[in-house]
Each structure stands twice: as C-alpha cells, then as structure tokens.
Design a protein around this ligand. Sequence first.
Ligand code: SF4
Ligand code: MSK
Length: 629
Amino acid sequence: MSTMQRRDPRTMSIASDAQQMIEVARSEGIETVWDRLEAQQPQCGFCVLGVSCRNCAMGPCRVDPFGAGPQKGVCGAGADVIVARNLGRTIAAGSSSHSDHGRDILEVFAATAHGETTGYRIQDVGKLTRLAAELGIPTEDRTTTQVAVDLADRLMDDFGTRRASLSFVERSPKPRQELWDRLGVTPRGIDRENVEMLHRTHMGVDNDPVNILLHGLRTSLADGWGGSMIATELSDIMFGTPSPVMSTVNLGTLKPGWVNIALHGHNPMLSDVIVQAAEDPALVDRARELGAEGINLVGLCCTGNELLMRRGVPMAGNHLMQELAIMTGALEAMVVDYQCIMPSVTDVARCYHTVVISTADKARFPGAVHVSFDPGRGLEIGRDIVSRGVEAFANRNPDRVRIPDEPVEIMAGFSVEAILGALGGTPAPLVEAIADGRIRGAVGVVGCNNPKITQDYGHVTLTRRLIENDILVLVTGCAAVANGKAGQMVPAAASLAGPGLRATCEALGIPPVLHMGSCVDNTRILVLAAALADHLGVDMSQLPLAGAAPEWYSEKAVAIGAYVVASGITTVLGVDPPILGSAAVTGLLTSGLDDVVGAKFAVEADPEKAAVLIRRHIEGKRAALGLPA
Ligand code: SF4
Ligand code: MSK
C-alpha cells in the first residue's frame, strides 16, 4: 500500500465531499491526482528551482544550485538567464491561454453581429453601447448590429500590431499608464507580446534577465488589460452581465434520480447554449422516458463559474473534484471545452457509464466523444450533446451511485456593475467605508487547487482571517468554489466578519466574500481597483489592496499574478514558483519590483502567516494614505 493510500483524506482536502470520494477511489482502486503526485516523488530539484533548460538541442542543460557542478548551460546561459527565460515562457503560455479564449469569444461575437450564429444574441445592449462609447465608436441612431460589428472590428485589432496600445489600457489610472510608458511595458498587440516573448527566450536573443522580466510584465498586461478583459466584457454582452444570484455548491448538487451533466473548462460559448438545450421539452421527455426525473446541469471549474454567475447553475466543484465527480456514479456526461481538464478524466470515465464529450477542435481527448463546436449550429450542437447525456442514463448502475453531502448555498454574480449598483451607482460608499476604517481594505483571493496543498485549506483559511479583520475578499476561479463550499459566500456569513465589514455587508445584504467570476474575470477586480483609485485620485499601488493565490498551479495563474503586480497590487503566492534557483530573479520579484511598479510578490505557504503578511501590507498602505489605523 502506498503512503498516499494510507494518508488520512483529511490531510488531502478539507472538503467533506472530497474526503468521502477519496475513500471511494481507494475502495474501487481508481487512481487520482493525489496518487500521481506521490508517484512523481521526488520531483526534479533542478526543475523546482527553475534552473533546467531545454530550449535548444545543444541541451537539455541544468545549473548546479550548490555551485559544485556546471554553472552554465552549453550556450553559456547562467541560472539568472535560464530562470528568467523559463518564467517568461510560462507567462506567455498563461497569457496566450486567456487571450485565445478571449479571441474565441470575440469571433463568436463578430459572427453573431453578422447574423451567422444560432443560439446567440446580444443580451446586454446597455453594456454594448457603453463599451462602444468608451472606445469612441458612434452609437447614436445606429442599430445594435452596426455597433456590434464596429466593436468586434476594433477589438480584433487589439490582437495584432496596428496600434501603440490596447483598447482597455486607458481604463487604468493615468499615473499607471504613464509608469508603464516610462518602463516601456505598455502592451501593444496581444499576440505580439506573446510571440515576442517566445522570440526573446529563444537561444541567443534576450540574455538580460531584467529585460526578459520587464517584457514578462508587458506580456501579462496584454492578458489582464487585453485578452482576458475582452473575454469578460464580450461574454457579458452576449450572455448577460452577472447580478447577484443564489445557487448551491459541492458534489451534493448532483441529483440521484436525474440525468446529471457537468460542464467543465473555461469558455461559456457552448455551455450557454447547452443550458438552453437542456430546457428543450423533447429532451426532458426523453429523460423521463428513461426513468429520470429530469435533466440537471452542474458546473466544474471556470465554465461552471461562468454559468453560476449568469444563470445560477449549481457548481459541483473546483479543480481537484473533476475525477471525483465521475466516481459518484451519477454523472452521465462531462462536457469539456478547454483548460484545466485533466487528461485522466477519460480514464476515470471508462470505469463508469460517464460519457466525456470534448467540444473544442483545439482540445481533443482520446477516449472522449468529440462534438465539434460550430457557433453557426450552436443550439443544434447543444441539443446533440444533451441528448448524449440523456441516453447515457440508461447505462447508469444505481448500485454504484454515491453522492456525498448535501449542497451548500452560495451567492454569486458580483460583476463590477452589480457591486456599483448595490452601492448606488458609484464607488463612493466603498471608498468612504475604506477611508473611515469600517473596511480596512480588499484582497483578491484567486486561483486554483494544487494537490501539493490540502485542498481548499489555503483559500478558506486565508479568507476567514481576512474577513475577521474587516478586509473585504473578492474571489474568482477555484478559490470562489472553495469558499462557497465552506459557507463563506452567503449573506449570513457576514457574522464571520469583523464588526465594520459585518455591518456593511448586513446593510447591503451581501456576503463578506464576493464571487466575481472565472479566471478571465480577474479583470473585473482590475476594473474595480481602477475605479477606486480614480475616485481617490491616486494610483492603484497606493490603495490598501492585495492579491493572493494560495493554491495556484497553472501557467495562467502566473500570468494573472504578473499583471496584478504590474498593475500595482502586491500578491502573495502559496506555492513556490520555480524561480528560487536565481537569487537575482527572486530578489527582483520579491523586493526590487516594489521600486519599479509599486508592488511585489511574496511567497508564504501557511495561510495563517499569509494573512498576517497581507494585513501588515494593507495597514502600511492605509498609513501612507493617512487613513485611520
Ligand atoms: Fe542549454 Fe542554452 Fe540550449 Fe538552454 S538554450 S538547452 S541552456 S544550450
Ligand atoms: S479553473 S486556472 S484550476 S482557478 Fe479557472 Fe481553477 Fe486555476 Fe483552472
């Protein structure tokens, strides 16, 4: 028996549904992400420190961190260059992922504007008009279609090199834009920055670690104020801008007698039409014919967050729940688009009746049924997918159905528009609450699960300590799901907060932890921070704000952390990034950057200590602004 098999599930996850399903996996002999992490031990020390390189065929190379072995790769690159190059490529991969998602949304938006899609329409005409006006696109006496076509054209340009800056960069406070200009990190085309990073990190191009890292900031800014922001804004226009909505979370959202279909990944394009298709009376009747009570859709990861925010679709779980959801034996179909979908889901599904349905031509999964997404036939494809899930119900083995726990209530839907709406249309009440100390500051707690950390422990513990100390917590991605499962995201959770935050939340009827959406929706936090800074007439780096990614795993999380810091918000990571093999790079990111962009990274694995660190940081910012202690 492996040590993982003997390990107490309570050390693997704090979530009761996960703990129960880990026991099921053991009893059934099904491998999980935790087993595979154990099988990888010990993980390569060179890679952990970031000092290995395989960028060319003279290598692979590695630098001995203890100084005894080689200090340079075959080309002559030392640890600083290798670490900086690796980090640069990681940022480019994360930024590309978000931005390619943004472009996919943009293409469907453009096709919808041209009347070439089915199942899609402009749902938030008000937001379309506001956005067009913001970007200088005429809106007077023009049809929605004409405005949408122009907006699509304008945003397409952001991906190329036809302008000196991106459309949404002007949303950042003026002092920040001037700083980016001075540093030469104002993002130009979204694709351009990513391609240039791959170029710079080719052997023999950029051999200055500081220069590489500065371009890393520019690349990440092209994500945060570019690709991701386009994804968020156009998703709102097409699928509706979120407003507060109640729903439920955890594996208890799967219903024993129903056809259960999980929507997993990141892109709401197809999942939104699946929600429409699941209401088709013919499909519901067919489900009943097969003995089911109806069709139950649930979300996983960020596709789930998109649907939760806009449609109130229940959320089955975050990143580490994807294999366990199948092991309930109650999942007919797992529909996947892209990002964060473990290749292992098809292996687990083979042990059950679950059909894995891949939908993106760029993300194929051997062992899955592939239904190619085509927005021209969106609703038809949505019906086809739901139908496959319904038919799979006939293959369910009721003796293997084990749904753990009752679902927990969660409130989601806090777009910037919804937050400002709750505040009476202006950030003034929030600024006043921060200024008089009822709310000490705000922290974005975001990012993934990582099996190296007890699942959800980092998110839930850090969040608890922050709200207890009157710090408002804004969450996205898998962090939001963790806090939701822990009961921190209902209005009654105001009782968990310190007196100032509690009173504010109770007056507004909101939780102390606000669900702002999916991974690309971290841009909502940027927009809110910019609004607060503009209202006070300061830069974002002067505000009592921080970011945290207690359980991050993905390249996208690195890109997010980089653009948040480049935007002036200090960020605490709970998992070591692979940079510690270079004292120069580590020093720059954890200290030197503060003098450059007014923010830096910190690494603290213990969320209790991270909370203290963040509180000190916030109190320091308050003092510098002359706000009461
Ligand atoms: Fe080695 Fe340099 Fe090639 Fe990297 S780029 S593999 S350090 S020779
Ligand atoms: S899904 S990037 S595990 S947050 Fe956005 Fe969760 Fe991280 Fe994926």
